[in-house]
Design a protein around this ligand. Structure first.
Ligand SMILES: [Zn+2]
Length: 107
């Protein structure tokens, strides 16, 4: 297991981990829960959520995928955020499934 990305928050970390996993690179988010307890710790380095690849040899592929992910976000068509019908998470318009519970976006 190897840390490959430090996310701004759990939501971003979760989206990236899901994106990597969906693209054949198993990944997960660790850490970053402290802000739920003490808001002022939110941005302290080391407490931010880290995205890990489960297999160290996937690190290079993961970095390429993360670059592609941010290109996707940058070029995403404008639209309204949508709300997951299953868990209530608010999701950016470019996502077709919920990063939190994997529910499909309703048509
Ligand atoms: Zn959901």
């Amino acid at each position: 297991m190897k840390a490959i990305f430090e996310a701004l928050n759990l939501r971003e970390g979760g989206m990236i981990a899901t994106y990597l996993t969906d693209h054949g690179v198993p990944a997960e988010v660790r850490g970053g829960n402290h802000h739920a307890v003490r808001g002022e710790l939110y941005n302290i380095r080391g407490l931010l959520p880290q995205v890990f690849v489960l297999e160290d040899e996937d690190a290079a592929a993961a970095e390429e995928l993360i670059k592609a992910y941010f290109e996707l976000i940058k070029n995403a068509p404008a639209g309204d955020p949508w709300i997951c019908p299953s868990c209530g998470e608010v999701l950016e318009p470019q996502f077709v499934s919920c990063w939190k519970c994997q529910a499909e976006r309703p048509a």
